[in-house]
Design a protein around this ligand. Structure first.
Ligand code: KIV
Length: 271
């Protein structure tokens, strides 16, 4: 008889119920097996295999260069490390815009080849065809509005979005469109807290914020940022829960010192 404790998987339905009960949803990014396993066992509800992998894993300046094959590689590593969390994968730039058939093929490849549970894509009315077509295959879709980093060359800056009336109004409309199309949740990135709270109240699906204040249904951060691995990125919305930059630098310089001084390995650390 197995003594392993059954872990109940978080599903899109769980998230819907959490919103109804007023329970906050905790989401973080992960891109590899080892950290996904740590994040999952620590109790996270949703793991996002974000295209921020392009920045934090590959060192690119933007999220644009990462490919579908690379996202599938990261996603399948995360899925292997994950027993409880819902795993959502970003559709990378160029794999869903302006071509709903292509979007469906990209989403199917992610689901089939990585074993993930849902996809996320950026934009509102302009990607609605793609959202609807992906949903026809029974693939859950998470929307993403506000600051959408794949459009950085259109915005020209990473400043707060939707501060002006016209853009705020468009965001309200897009949130409704995505809900009506059948998205199971929405990410709102870097918009005024009051607008984000209003959108969260106006839709039935969970709204997860990043830099969108506390009035939404859940929060997401990039794992490497909240663990303090990246020292250079310091937006106001970021809370650091560790200083891994310091911890790792100290550990590695200690190792270098011990190897050079012949302190490592000692008599007990050899055969
Ligand atoms: O790619 C990513 O990490 C994201 C989050 C910032 C929401 O989309």
């Amino acid at each position: 008889m197995s003594v392993a404790k059954e872990v109940k998987r978080v599903t899109t339905r769980t998230l819907q119920e959490m919103k109804q009960k007023g329970e906050r949803i905790a989401m973080l990014t992960a891109y590899d097996f080892s950290l996904a396993r740590l994040v999952d066992t620590a109790g996270i509800d949703v793991i996002l295999v974000g295209d921020s992998a392009s920045n934090v894993m590959a060192g690119h300046e933007t999220t644009l260069p990462i490919t579908l094959d690379q996202m599938i590689y990261h996603a399948s590593s995360v899925v292997r490390g994950c027993g409880r969390a819902l795993v959502v994968v970003d559709l990378p730039f160029g794999t869903y815009q302006g071509n709903s058939k292509g979007a469906l093929n990209s989403a199917i490849r992610i689901m089939k080849e990585s074993g993930a549970h849902a996809v996320k894509l950026e934009g509102g009315a302009e990607v609605l065809d793609s959202v609807e077509r992906i949903l026809t295959a029974g693939i859950p879709v998470m929307g993403h509005l506000g600051l959408t980093p794949q459009s950085i060359y259109k915005f020209g800056t990473y400043v707060v979005r939707a501060k002006e009336q016209e853009e705020a109004e468009r965001l309200r409309r897009d949130a409704k469109l995505l809900e009506e199309a059948g998205c199971f949740a929405l990410v709102l990135e870097k918009i005024p807290a009051a607008l984000a709270a209003e959108v969260a109240r106006s839709v039935r699906i969970p709204v997860i914020g990043i830099g969108a204040g506390g009035g939404v249904d859940g929060q997401v951060l990039v794992l490497h940022d909240m663990l303090g691995i990246n020292k250079e990125f310091n937006p106001r919305f970021l809370r650091r829960y560790a200083d891994l930059h310091g911890v790792i630098t100290e550990a590695v310089s200690g190792y270098v010192r011990d190897v050079r001084s012949r302190d490592f390995p000692n008599a007990e650390e050899q055969y």
